[in-house]
Design a binder for this molecule. Structure first.
Ligand SMILES: NC(=O)C1=CN([C@@H]2O[C@H](COP(=O)(O)OP(=O)(O)OC[C@H]3O[C@@H](n4cnc5c(N)ncnc54)[C@H](OP(=O)(O)O)[C@@H]3O)[C@@H](O)[C@H]2O)C=CC1
Ligand SMILES: CC(=O)[C@@H](O)[C@H](O)COP(=O)(O)O
Ligand SMILES: [Mn+2]
Length: 395
């Protein structure tokens, strides 16, 4: 039996992961589940999957979880605090870790899994955005297997030759075509975007996702984060990645080779496909996803992105070219700005303003010899700076 820890089990990816795992009781055993503070959902998951451990980051929620599970014959050990995420990510009973916490809050547990040599199923793209070098090196040094869950990156992985880690040009890869849906405002007039509400921004046309990534898709910051994520995963640079708007989200990305071949991965937009792929790799197993009906799909459209509507995409390119702490500042400012937008404090269009001002006020620098310590310090500094910029905008 393969032992699996699901970090962020109460979120969109966490729930889809457990749906796939439940279809294969002969193959997987749940070792640990985790949440930030959603007691009701984590309690229900504990009753269903009987993990050894349940981590609740918030101590008050951990107390409530212990009470909720006290009647169980075989309750999990309930751990609390962010450090416990690292404990369960590295636990000896665990073989696979699904890293599905949202934001840079998922970095240290993802790193702990990589350092412990686990199979890391990486949904938490922000970990690679802020500390790609550190995470990739930790995986290599400790024999961890890092498999992308993000739909585009999983698609690219499926279309890559097995030797891609040696260098893309050496195996005939010319470029990566990274698809983007364009989100809910693909054709909106730029001047209409200031009036967008959080619920409108979270109404993604094709995917059911958590609110933070949904807003990122609407600003296309998600695609910017994904460019940086792809650079780390596939050992390449942004100029080898072309963003293609594909509104149906049926093609999940493509790889172009030097002989004129372009390989694509297609499927219905349902995250259980990449999750099942990474759980079973290098084999295949059922995911519960309906087969793609090409006749019902009928048309596949493609467009270039429109920069005026999506300034966040350009900010991500800028952070990628700055390197060092540039992506750390980009990500931290974006997390603060998105939270402020979702809380009704700033306008949708001010998300880009907060990120740009944060980047202007905090110049990027190379990550110093302390590595993770430096990254975490800049993350804190950038959050404080972005909060100040939000407060000034609120007035
Ligand atoms: N959803 C999707 O389809 C896709 C998601 N991704 C990536 O996967 C990750 C998860 O996304 P998604 O599932 O949509 O997010 P959700 O918001 O739905 O879920 C987030 C999960 O993380 C937990 N969490 C939130 N904050 C913290 C914290 N500070 N410390 C520890 N745990 C925390 C939440 O717990 P609680 O419920 O208690 O708040 C929840 O379990 C993101 O990085 C996203 O970019 C990538 C591709 C597709
Ligand atoms: C499902 C997934 O992988 C998301 O990251 C998706 O890419 C969001 O859609 P956008 O292409 O609109 O950002
Ligand atoms: Mn994606």
């Amino acid at each position: 039996m393969i032992g699996i820890t699901v970090l962020g089990s109460t979120g969109s990816i966490g729930v889809s992961t457990l749906d796939v795992v439940e279809r294969h009781p002969d193959r997987f055993r749940v070792v640990a589940l985790s949440a930030h503070r959603n007691v009701e959902r984590l309690a229900e998951q504990c009753r269903r999957f009987e993990p050894d451990y349940a981590v609740m980051v918030d101590p008050a929620a951990a107390l409530a979880l212990r009470e909720a599970l006290s009647g169980l014959a075989n309750p999990p050990e309930v751990l609390e605090g962010a450090d416990a995420l690292e404990t369960v990510a590295a636990a000896p009973e665990t073989d696979y870790v699904m890293a599905a916490i949202v934001g840079a809050a998922g970095l240290q547990s993802t790193l702990a899994a990589a350092r412990a040599g686990k199979r890391v199923l990486l949904a938490n793209k922000e970990a690679l955005v802020v500390a790609g070098d550190i995470v990739m090196r930790a995986a290599t040094a400790n024999g961890a297997t890092l498999l992308p869950i993000d739909s585009e990156h999983n698609a690219i992985f499926q279309c890559m030759p097995p030797t891609f880690a040696d260098g893309l040009s050496q195996c005939g890869v010319e470029r990566i075509l990274l698809t983007a849906s364009g989100g809910p405002f693909r054709h909106a007039a730029p001047e209409s975007l200031a009036a967008v509400t959080p619920d409108q921004a979270c109404a993604h046309p094709n995917w059911q996702m958590g609110r933070k990534i949904s807003v990122d898709s609407a600003t296309m910051m998600n695609k910017g984060l994904e460019i940086i994520e792809a650079c780390w995963l596939f050992n390449t640079s942004p100029d080898q990645i072309q963003v293609v708007i594909h509104p149906q989200s049926v093609i999940h990305s493509l790889v172009q080779y030097n002989d004129g071949s372009v390989l694509a991965q297609l499927g219905n937009p349902d995250m259980r496909t990449p999750i099942a792929h990474a759980l079973a790799w290098p084999e295949r197993m059922a995911s519960g996803v309906e087969p793609l009906d090409l006749f019902a799909t009928a048309t596949l459209d493609f467009e270039p992105p429109t920069p005026a509507r999506f300034p966040c995409l350009d900010l991500a390119y800028r952070a990628a070219s700055e390197g060092g702490t540039g992506p750390v500042i980009l990500n931290a400012a974006n997390e603060i700005a998105v939270a402020a937008f979702l809380a009704g404090r700033i306008l949708f269009t001010e998300i880009a303003t907060v990120v740009e001002r944060s980047m202007n006020e905090l110049p990027a620098e190379p990550v110093d010899g302390t590595g993770l310590e430096h990254v975490l310090a800049v993350d804190v500094q950038a959050r404080e700076r972005a909060e100040r910029i939000v407060s000034a905008l609120v007035g």
